[in-house]
Design a protein around this ligand. Structure first.
Ligand SMILES: O=C(O)C(=O)C[C@]1(C(=O)O)C=C[C@@H](O)C=C1
Length: 391
C-alpha cells in the first residue's frame, strides 16, 4: 500500500495549491501556511514521518495526483463526481457552497443566479477548479473572464475590472475581511452544497488510515473551531512582511553600490535621517515615536548585517567592481523611502493586532516567510524582532 511507500520514504508528500486562504497559502519564499497545511502536519506526525508540501494547481491537481507528485492533496479540495472517477476522498471535514463576492455597493444586484446570469454582468473566475465549472454551468449568459491568479483576483473586483466572483463561502468570508470594499453575498445560504475532503489515490488502506485519523478531529465542533482560528489568522500582515522583506533584499543593491564607491557600510547621518523621516510620517498615522524608532533601528541593523556579510564574501573572493550596481542616491534610497511608507501604513493598519500579546504566535507564523531569510537568516530575525517581542 501507499502507506508502506510513505513509511519507507519517511516523508508524506502533500499537494497544496498555495493560493487558497484560509486553507493553503504559499509565500514567495516557498513556505506554506494555512488550516490544511496545519492538518497536513498533524497527519504526517501521526504517520511518524516528515511533511513535504508539494505545490500544485487547480488545473493540474488530478494530473499531478496521477503522476504521483504527492501522496494526498489537502488544500480546500471539493469532492466532485468528476474527481471521484479518478481518485478517492477521505470523509469530508467541512461543508461549504458557492456564493458571490462583490463590491459592497453591488450586494443587492447579485443575490440570485437569475440576476447574475445576464450578458451585462461581468463575472470573473480562476481557471481549472470547481469555480469555473460552476460559472460555466450556472451563469452561461454572463461575461466570463478567466483570470489565472487566484491570489490577486480579488483585487480585480476592488478595481472594478469585474463585477463579481462566485466561490466557496468560506473564502468570501475571509476575503471580505482582507478587502473592506468587498462583501460576501449570503455566505450563510450559498447556491449549492459542497464537501471538502482530502484527495487520495485509489488506495483503500490509505483511505482507511486517513479517515480513522480524521474522525476524532471532526468531533465536538473541532473542525469549525479550527476553521474560525484560521479565518482570524492575521493574513492582513502580508504587506508588512513584504515591506520588511523587500527592504532587506534591497540591502544587496546598497552593498554593491557602496562596494563600487569603496564606501563604508555604516552611514550614521543617513540612519538618523531615515529614522527621523519615519517618525515624522508615523505621527499622522498615530504611531508612537518609540515604536517607530525601534522598528526602523532594527531594519537598519538588519540591512547592515546583510551588507557586512556580502562585503566579507566579496573581500574573500577578491571581487573588483560591479557593472550593474544601481545608483544609491538616485535609485536605491527612493525605493527604501517608498518601503518606509508601506511599512508605516501597515504598522498602523495592524496596530492593535501587533500589540496583542495573545496573538504573538500567529503574528510570528504570518511574518516568518521572508525571501531574505535564505540570504541571511540572522538579518531576517533581526528585522522581525520588534514585532515578535512585546512592543
Ligand atoms: O542608505 C544607506 O546608505 C544604507 O546603507 C541603508 C541603511 C538603511 O537601512 O536605511 C543601512 C545602513 C546605513 O548605515 C544607513 C542606511
Amino acid at each position: 500500500s501507499r502507506l508502506d511507500d510513505i513509511a519507507a520514504r519517511d516523508v508524506l508528500r502533500v499537494g497544496g495549491t498555495g493560493d487558497y486562504k484560509p486553507f493553503s497559502y504559499r509565500y514567495a519564499d516557498g513556505e506554506f501556511v494555512g488550516m490544511d497545511v496545519e492538518l497536513a502536519g498533524e497527519l504526517a506526525h501521526s504517520l511518524g514521518v516528515r511533511l513535504q508540501l508539494v505545490p500544485t494547481s487547480w488545473s493540474t491537481l488530478m494530473a499531478d495526483l496521477d503522476a504521483d507528485k504527492f501522496d494526498v492533496a489537502l488544500s480546500g479540495v471539493s469532492v466532485t463526481a468528476e474527481r471521484q472517477k479518478q481518485a478517492l476522498f477521505s470523509v469530508p471535514y467541512l461543508h461549504d457552497g458557492k456564493t458571490p463576492i462583490t463590491r459592497c455597493e453591488n450586494v443587492a444586484r447579485f443575490q440570485t443566479l437569475a440576476q447574475i446570469d445576464r450578458p451585462e454582468v461581468r463575472l470573473i473566475v480562476n481557471p481549472g477548479g470547481t469555480n469555473e465549472r460552476f460559472a460555466r454551468a450556472r451563469a452561461p449568459h454572463a461575461q466570463l473572464t478567466v483570470y489565472p491568479d487566484n491570489v490577486t483576483i480579488f483585487g480585480q473586483l476592488v478595481d472594478g475590472a469585474a463585477d463579481l466572483m462566485i466561490t466557496d463561502a468560506i473564502e468570501t468570508r475571509l476575503q471580505q475581511r482582507l478587502h473592506p470594499q468587498l462583501c460576501a453575498v449570503h455566505p450563510d445560504a450559498p447556491f449549492d452544497s459542497i464537501d471538502k475532503a482530502i484527495l487520495l489515490p485509489r488506495d483503500p488502506a490509505l483511505k482507511t488510515y486517513v479517515d480513522h485519523w480524521l474522525r476524532p478531529r471532526l468531533d465536538g465542533g473541532g473542525m469549525q473551531a479550527r476553521l474560525d482560528r484560521w479565518l482570524a489568522f492575521p493574513w492582513g500582515l502580508e504587506p508588512l512582511r513584504q515591506a520588511i522583506d523587500q527592504r532587506l533584499l534591497l540591502a544587496q543593491d546598497v552593498a554593491r553600490a557602496k562596494w563600487n564607491a569603496k564606501a563604508a557600510i555604516e552611514d550614521l547621518p543617513r540612519e538618523e535621517q531615515v529614522i527621523a523621516a519615519a517618525v515624522r510620517q508615523g505621527g499622522p498615522l498615530g504611531l508612537p515615536e518609540a515604536w517607530v524608532r525601534s522598528v526602523f533601528r532594527a531594519q537598519i541593523e538588519a540591512s547592515k548585517t546583510v551588507q557586512r556579510a556580502l562585503y566579507r564574501r566579496w573581500e574573500a573572493e577578491g571581487i573588483g567592481r560591479f557593472d550593474d550596481a544601481p545608483d544609491l542616491a538616485k535609485t536605491i534610497r527612493p525605493q527604501l523611502d517608498r518601503l518606509t511608507t508601506q511599512l508605516l501604513r501597515s504598522m498602523a493598519d495592524n496596530r492593535a493586532l501587533l500589540h496583542d500579546g495573545g496573538r504573538r504566535d500567529d503574528v510570528a507564523i504570518a511574518m516568518h516567510a521572508l525571501q531574505a531569510r535564505t540570504l541571511d537568516p540572522t538579518a531576517a530575525d533581526q528585522a522581525l524582532a520588534p514585532f515578535l517581542s512585546h512592543p
